[in-house]
Design a protein around this ligand. Sequence first.
Ligand code: FAD
Ligand code: FMN
Length: 666
Amino acid sequence: MKLKRLFSGVQIGNLELKNRIVMLSMQLGYAEGGFATPPFIRFYEERAKGGAGLLIVGGAHIHPHGTGGVNFLAVDDDRYIPDLRKLTEAIRTAGAKSCLQLLHSGRYAFSILTGEQPVSASEVASPLSGEVPRALSVEEIKDMVGLFTDGARRAREAGFDAVEICGSTGYLVSQFLSPFTNRRTDAYGGSLEGRTRFAVEIVRSIKQALGEDYPVVFRLSFDDYVEGGTGLDETRSIAGTLEEAGVDLLDMQVGWHEAKVPTSAMLVPRAAFAYLAAEIRKEVAVPVVVTNRINDPLLAEELLQDGVADLIGMARALIADPELPNKARTGRLDEIAPCIACNQGCMDGVFMGRPVSCLVNPAAGREARFEIHPAKKPGKVMVIGAGPAGMEAARVLALRGHEVILVEREEELGGQLTLCGTARDRAEFKSLLRYLIHEVRRLDIRILTGTEAGEESVLAHRPDVVIIATGARQDLPELPGTGKPHVYTAASVLRGEADLRGRVAIIGGGHIGCEVALYAAQRGAMPPDVARFLVLHGALDPEQALAYMRRTRPVTIIEQRKKIAAYYGRTSRFGILQGLRSRGVTLMTGTKCVEICDGGVVLEKANGRETLEADTVVITSGYVEEGALYKRLEGKVAELHIIGDAKKLKSCQQAVWDAAELARNI
Ligand SMILES: Cc1cc2nc3c(=O)[nH]c(=O)nc-3n(C[C@H](O)[C@H](O)[C@H](O)COP(=O)(O)OP(=O)(O)OC[C@H]3O[C@@H](n4cnc5c(N)ncnc54)[C@H](O)[C@@H]3O)c2cc1C
Ligand SMILES: Cc1cc2nc3c(=O)[nH]c(=O)nc-3n(C[C@H](O)[C@H](O)[C@H](O)COP(=O)(O)O)c2cc1C
C-alpha cells in the first residue's frame, strides 16, 4: 500500500503541515523544575528529525497548582520561555511544526506535590489521590481563563506554531464538561451549554489575545467512560460548539484516568476507538485527529483513506521509534521498532513519578548518551542466547561495525519472548519479536540456531568479546506430585505442547501465571473471528456469540501472596484483572499449593487445607538465572559480560536495556 494520504500535506487554520502524523502530547518527567531541559529538547528534536508533521509538546501546566506530576513541563511564568524557544527552534530546524499543550490537572493534582488543595468544577473526590477538591468561584474561573491565555501567549512568544487546550482525560477543563464532576448550578454548570462555557471562554480568550489566525487545537475525549460522565452524544455537541468558538483542530482522545474501560493498554486492539473519530468528523468542518493504539503506518493510511479522520495521532509509537515516519515514507516498514503498549516505561513510569522510558527503545529520554557510534576498535563478538537481550545486543553491535556471531540453542530466535504474547490480550509482544528477528537477519550478523554454546565451542571461535545472554530456565519447585503426567510448565503450555484438559489449576499468579491463565481460558472459548463470522451470517445473535466467547474451561490461579498480577503497572494491571475475571478465571490469593495429587491440588489457606479438583496443573514459578556458562568462561576470554535474565531475573525491559547499554560500550 502506498502511504499517499499519510504523507500528504494538510492545513490547520493557517498552519501547513507536511504530513498527517501528529505526535501527541505526553508528560515526560524530563522537565526539571518545569524547564525544557537539554534531554527534553533532544527527545523532541529526534522526533522532529524522524519526520512527524506536528509535535504537540506538554502538557505544560498553566499554574503550579495545576501540575500533574514530578518534573512536568511548565508555562506558568515567563522564565520558561527561553528554554521553550530553544525547543521550538530545534523542532523547526528539523522540519516539523510545534504545538504546546496547556494543561491544568484540576482534581487530578496531588496536594503532596503542589502544597495546595486541588481545585475543580465541584467537590468530587479524585480517585487518583482520594482528595476532595475545592470548587472554583466564578471569579477564579475568570482568572483561570486568563491563566490559559497567558500560557498561550508565552507559547507563541517561545515560537510554538499552535497551542492545544487539554480538555480531555479527566483534567480540569474536562471536569467542567462532565456532569459527573460538574455539579454547579451557576453559569458554568447545569446545562451542556453551561458546562461548556469554561472551555469556550478559554478558546475565545486565546483567539482574542493572539489573533484569529493563531491556531488553537482542542483535546477532547469522545467518551469519558466514567459513569454519569460525558458520552459520545454530548461530545458531538461540544465539538460543534468548540468549532463555533474558533477551534482549528479537534484532537480526539478517549477515557479518563479513572475510566473502567482500558484505553491504552496492550489488550486494547489497534485503533479500537477510531469509529468514534468518524462520528465526530461528521459533526464538524475542522480537521479531526484520531488517536489511541495506532502504531502501524499502514493502518494509519487506511484510517485516512476511509475518512475516519484527517490526521493520525501517535504518542507511544513515536517514543518507541522516533524514525517511524521516515521509515514508513521510505518503505522500510519492517524496520520500525513497534510500540507494544506495555506501558512499562512510559505511562506506568510517569504514574510512579519516574521519567518516561521505553522497553522497546532504550534510548528514549537519553538520546544523547545512547547515540550509536562506530566502534573504536571493531572486534569479533560472540553473543550467546538470542532472547531479547541477545538480539538487541547483536543488533547494536552490528550497527557499530563489530563482527557478530549470535548463537541460539533453539531452532527459533526469541527466547522467552516467543512465549510472551501467546494470550490474545498480550499479542502485541509478537510485533517486538518480529522486529528484533527482522533486524538481526537484516544486519550483518552470523546467526547459529540449534546450537548449544559450551565452553569449548565458544573458545574455538577465538572471540574478542563474549556476551552471555542465556536468560532463565524454569526449575520445578520441590512439591509432591510435580512428576505426574497432568503437570506442565508454563513454557510447555504456551508453546502448545501441553494436553490442556478440563479444569486447569495454575500455580503462581505473577505475569507468567496470568498469561497462562488468559491463554488457557482463551483455548476453551470461541475465537472472536469465528463469533464475528457466525453473527454476520445469521447463525448466532450477538448475545449468543458473546456467551460462546465467554464460555471457557474452568481456570483457577493459585497465588500465595496477597496480590495477583502484582508485576504489572497501574495502567495494565486493571485490564489484565478485568480480562481474567470476564473469562471467569477464579483468583485465589493467600493460598499455597502444598501438593499435586491425581485429580487435584492440595491447598493451604489461612483457615486450613482443602483440595481443589483439577485435570491439568500448570506450574508457572521457579524461574532461575541461567548463568553457568558465564562462570565456566570466567578468566578464559579477554572480555566477558553477562546481561538480561541470565544476570538477574527481571524483565524483557531490563534485558533489552542491559543489552543496549553494553553494546554501545564495546
Ligand atoms: C509468559 C511470559 C510473559 C512475560 N511477560 C513479560 C512482560 O509483560 N514484560 C516484561 O518485561 N517481561 C516479560 N516476561 C519476561 C521476559 O520475557 C524475559 O525477562 C526476557 O525474555 C529475558 O530476556 P533474555 O534475553 O535475557 O533471556 P531469554 O528470553 O530467556 O533468552 C535466552 C536465550 O538463550 C538461549 N540459551 C540459553 N543457553 C544457551 C546456550 N548455552 N547456548 C545457546 N543458547 C542458549 C535460550 O534458548 C534463549 O533463547 C515474560 C516472560 C514470559 C515467559
Ligand atoms: C507517558 C505519557 C504521558 C502522557 N501525557 C499526556 C498529557 O500530558 N496530555 C494528554 O492530553 N495526553 C497525554 N498522554 C496520552 C497520549 O497523548 C495519548 O493520547 C495516549 O498515549 C494514546 O495514544 P498512543 O496509543 O498513540 O500512545 C500521555 C501518554 C503517555 C504515554
